[in-house]
Design a protein around this ligand. Sequence first.
Ligand SMILES: [Zn+2]
Ligand SMILES: [Zn+2]
Length: 359
Amino acid sequence: MTFTVNSYAALSKDAELVPYTLERRDLAKDDVLIDITYTGICHSDLHKAHNDWGTAIYPVIPGHEIVGVVSAIGDSVTKVKLGDCVAVGCNVDSCLECASCKANEEIFCLKGVTQTYGGPDPRFPGHITAGGYSEKIVVRDHFVLQVPKELQTAELLPGVAPVLCAGITMYTPLREHNAAKGQKIGIVGLGGLGHMGVKLAVAIGAEVVVISRNHKKDDKAKELGASGVIASTSKEELAKHAGTFDLIIDTIPFDHDVNVYVPLLKNHKTLVIVGHVGAFKTSPLSTTGLIFGDRRIAGSCIGGIKGTQDLLDFCAEHKIVSDNIVIDMKEVNEAWKVVGETASRYVIDIAKYRESNKA
Ligand SMILES: [Zn+2]
Ligand SMILES: [Zn+2]
């Protein structure tokens, strides 16, 4: 059985998002129904809808940075109760039994993780998942996160949504590579991901330096707590900081030259890439900076459910949320045209959208 909810969908690769009546599956015994309050706009939404990765199944209803309120639960659900303020990130199901799932890395489930939108849903054959650009979503209880009380204020709640993708994408490599107080940490790119990375690394107690093409975002970087900005186009500035970083996280989501960042690291330290670029084409990887200094390049992909809950709790403790611009659902196509240009996140007011559909 299914029920219908209002949503916005991409119907083909070049089309704008349009209103779409979406059929959602009824709740299984371990499912949670969430009335969505806010959904963040992630760069992945555009990639998927435009079929940049060749994996789109239309209609695509994007959105994997979701906060909302529990409005129904299946018979066996104990993790949340009606009225709880909850959140959902990039994944909504996995086997929960394999080595990856048992290691709290559902995202690397050996049987394949179920993406929040635009992917098959193996437990429900034939069903394709649909994301948070919609009034309501049905999610398996394990994948529903608690929004801590401290973050449930009218002021902070919209900025919680981007924590679920942008936030955890930055928090996982900070933890995995033992970011700590007193270290010097570089964040490459100051968009949605980068600005969360600066906030989180500053809260950990690190000295944070933004690495950007130019100095246009210096004021914003400092406002976020960074100690300075290196222009990656300036040989002098790069030379001045050579061999001084304990960790660098590169958020650039398109083809670029990573070779300029490697020599900035101390010996044995790591550059972590979190932007899904595919192959670097214009500037092939050089081994020089890696070998002479035993430096490393690593990748990192979002994070697991436990890590995401830990992050939400960390954000509550430090009062960290995304800087955001709240928009109406009907403004979504305009927002998509400028995603990535600002050091903040666009967040769709879904509660308002749901109310407008009732009128
Ligand atoms: Zn995302
Ligand atoms: Zn698994």
